[in-house]
Write a protein that binds this ligand. Structure first.
Ligand code: PBG
Length: 337
């Protein structure tokens, strides 16, 4: 047995000078004709931060060009994104008050819930996804309730389910749990169904690594853990078999879309997940990836526009169907050209 190889070429055309790959690179239309991986603004999801108040659009220092919006300004931003071709958004909430259990997460009057209602009243054709997690809402900044210095899995499930139902009640199309508790997809699915929201979909952050690349986000969302880190619930960066286990469990429990996060350092994981499970796979081009690119471009070290499209193409080529990216608006504009 020989090793599996690429399809062999006819002997008479075994190579140069007959074969010249450069023939198909000679002009832009030729390159366009044979391009294997295409980007489409309809596959992009634009993450946004919503806070209380009105008339507020506050730039996030660690993420130049990204903002915390009050609901009214958020509606404006989403309207502009939509006009540019971005049709899906992901909402994160910044509450005014936090407590031990993160009760702001299931407050029907909290910023995310208000934003969902406002977006649904304003646009018929925008998919509204809500991030479901407690870390923005807990005083300690962890993604669940604390017992003996660690996040206690099972009591956290009910709280995540309550937050999801509250988002569904506001009109969310998709809830996206990012907490990494075991069993949360099943708990959320049951709670949604029991509350009459069987049509609301779940995008699971199924494969979420304990990553340094969330740094800028934690400033944006005010969700830095006050003690320790997230390594007892988020995945170890060295593992990929475990990624398939996580995805399998979440699909069994009712996930409709599964996500790998971060994106760039985990392209192999995206590829493996898409190969193993033919379901919609999302990749999150996270805050640290955004900020690195923007910082290098600000210094004139890389060409921002080309780098943005190259990164997003790489994530698609690895196998992601859906891309969550802070570059959504600029990418949509670049793709219209
Ligand atoms: C909340 C959450 C985080 C991100 C998405 N949801 C932060 C974290 O887990 O610490 C990161 C997003 C980004 O970095 O862009 N659990």
């Amino acid at each position: 047995m020989t090793r599996a190889a690429a399809p062999s070429l006819p002997r008479s055309r075994s190579g140069f000078p007959v074969l010249r790959p450069r023939r198909l690179r000679r002009s832009a239309p030729l390159r366009d004709l044979v391009r294997e991986t295409l980007l489409d603004p309809r596959d992009l999801v634009y993450p946004l931060f919503v806070r209380t108040g009105s008339g507020t659009k506050r730039e996030i220092a660690s993420m130049p060009g990204q903002f915390q919006f009050s609901v009214d300004r958020l509606v404006e931003e989403v309207g502009q994104a939509r006009d540019e071709g971005v049709r899906s958004v992901l909402l994160f909430g910044i509450p005014d008050r936090k407590d031990e259990v993160g009760s702001g997460a299931w407050d029907d009057e909290a910023p995310v819930q208000q934003a969902v209602r406002a977006l649904k009243a304003s646009f018929e054709d925008v998919v509204v996804v809500t991030d479901v997690c407690l870390c923005e809402y807990t005083s300690h900044g962890h993604c669940g309730v604390i017992r003996d210095g660690d996040v206690d899995n099972d009591p956290t499930l009910d709280l995540l389910a309550r937050a999801s139902v509250s988002h569904a009640r506001a009109g969310a199309d998709i809830v996206a749990p990012s907490d990494m508790m075991d069993g949360r997809i099943g708990a959320i699915r049951r709670a949604l169904d029991e509350a009459g929201y069987s049509t609301v979909a779940i995008l699971s952050y199924a494969v979420k690594y304990a990553s340094a690349f969330y740094g800028p986000f934690r400033e944006a969302a005010g969700s830095t853990p006050q003690f320790g880190d997230r390594r007892s619930y988020q995945m170890d960066p060295g593992n990929t078999d475990e990624a398939l286990v996580e995805v399998g469990l979440d699909l069994d429990e009712g996930a409709d879309i599964v996500m790998v996060k971060p994106g760039l350092a985990y392209l192999d994981v995206i590829r493996r997940v898409k190969h193993a499970y033919q379901v919609p796979v999302a990749a999150y081009n996270v805050s640290g990836e955004y900020s690195m690119l923007v910082a290098a471009a600000e210094r004139g070290w890389i060409d921002r526009e080309r780098a943005v499209l190259e990164v997003l193409t790489g994530l698609r080529r690895a196998g992601a169907d859906i891309l969550l990216t802070y570059h959504a608006r600029e990418a949509a504009r670049l793709l219209r050209r």
